[in-house]
Design a protein around this ligand. Structure first.
Ligand code: UD1
Length: 338
């Protein structure tokens, strides 16, 4: 199977390219480098020993997509390419609706033109907002989004679901990711946030290495065991493997369908627990302080992942410790290469 990965140089995209190769599938990568770097392609090459076809361009550019689809017989698409900074989406909503929703339209048009049926879409547990129960399963109500970013994921899910409902011959899976962290154990690929990271783990590793003076924990007065937020932190390699499982699932199914799956560990860890684990496994002290709550943060969420375990025949294999060791190893490699 030849699989198009949009956002192939990104954090999850690059790990998924490696996972596809391991599964005997052939990735074709596209990326516009809006939030990624060419070095990720080098990393993929180092790990796999292969150079995969790569195209630089934008998923909203239909002529660009037509060229890629003309050059290759694409059997399926994993659509990662999107903007993902929550704060920026509040300031510049149009960018988010154009990139994240607009690219769904171009992708579907090109899929129709080239008779491609399979699509795996990157959604987010953000669609649950503050869930009514945890672990949250796929039947839980989606809540009104608290940012344009979150809204783009809910809208994209609805568009894809409506297309299948209307009778389009498509096989579409939305994967609702919890919090991906870590890096490939080789240290050749990992997360490369541009500017000041807004996500927790890159901020931690950059603080530990001295790029940032200290980490601020956004609130320790929540109604949780230690007062900090609870998240479901999943190793990015486990998350990447879920995409392979999703593609295999489409191969087994006959006919059109749309479905959603939670992709997490099924465990909740607090922000403070994560920091303590990071310190312990890497034997260092992190400079951190407690600050005010970050507006819009969910208090506690982790996923019930039994649907993906059962139907996709997928499960996580790596621990929080593995992820935090790999994240630190990646930061050390980055520091060494500069
Ligand atoms: C956020 C988005 C989520 C999105 C994901 C993609 C919100 C509410 N959710 O997830 O929709 O899919 O990013 O990137 O923004 N934290 C600190 N200090 C920091 C950074 C983070 O204490 O410097 C805490 C946060 O308060 C949160 C946890 O760490 O409790 C995780 O934060 P983060 O990595 O930004 O992810 P989410 O907020 O869960």
């Amino acid at each position: 199977m030849k699989i198009l990965i949009t956002g192939g140089a990104g954090f999850i995209g690059s790990h998924t390219a490696v996972a596809l190769n391991e599964a005997g599938m052939i990735p074709v990568l596209i990326d516009n480098f809006s939030n990624s770097e060419k070095s990720a392609l080098e990393g993929i090459k180092k790990i796999t020993g292969k150079v995969f076809d790569f195209y630089e361009g934008d998923c909203n550019d239909i002529e660009f997509l037509r060229k890629v689809f003309s050059d290759h017989h694409i059997d399926g698409i994993i659509h990662f390419a999107a903007s993902k900074a929550v704060g920026e989406s509040v300031e510049n909503p149009l960018k988010y609706y154009e990139n994240n929703v607009g690219s769904i339209f171009t992708m579907i048009h090109v899929m129709r033109e080239f008779n491609v049926k399979k699509l795996v879409f990157s959604s987010s547990c953000t669609v649950y907002g503050e869930p009514d129960y945890i672990p949250v399963d796929e039947n839980a109500a989606r809540k009104p989004a608290n940012s344009p970013y979150g809204n783009t994921k809910a809208i994209a899910e609805d568009i894809l679901s409506d297309l299948v409902k209307s009778g389009e011959d498509l096989q579409i899976i939305s994967l609702r990711y919890f919090n991906p962290i870590g890096a490939h154990e080789s240290g050749e690929i990992g997360e490369l946030p541009s500017g000041v990271p807004s996500n927790l783990v890159p901020f931690i590793t950059q603080t530990a290495i001295g790029k940032r003076s200290k980490l601020t924990i956004f609130g320790n007065d929540y109604n949780t065991q230690d007062g900090s937020n609870i998240r479901d932190f999943i190793h990015v390699v486990d998350l990447a493997n879920a995409h392979i499982a999703a593609l295999k699932y489409t191969q087994k199914k006959n006919g059109p369908f749309y479905d959603v799956f939670n992709i997490g560990t099924g465990r909740g860890n607090s922000v403070l627990e994560l920091i303590k684990t990071f310190e312990k496994v890497n034997q260092l002290k992190l400079n951190y302080e407690i600050g005010p709550r970050r507006p819009g943060d969910t208090v506690k969420i982790y996923g019930d992942v039994s649907k993906a375990n059962k139907l996709l025949n997928w499960k996580t294999e790596k621990s929080l410790e593995d992820a935090l060791k790999d994240a630190w190893n990646w930061e050390l490699k980055l520091a060494g290469s500069k």
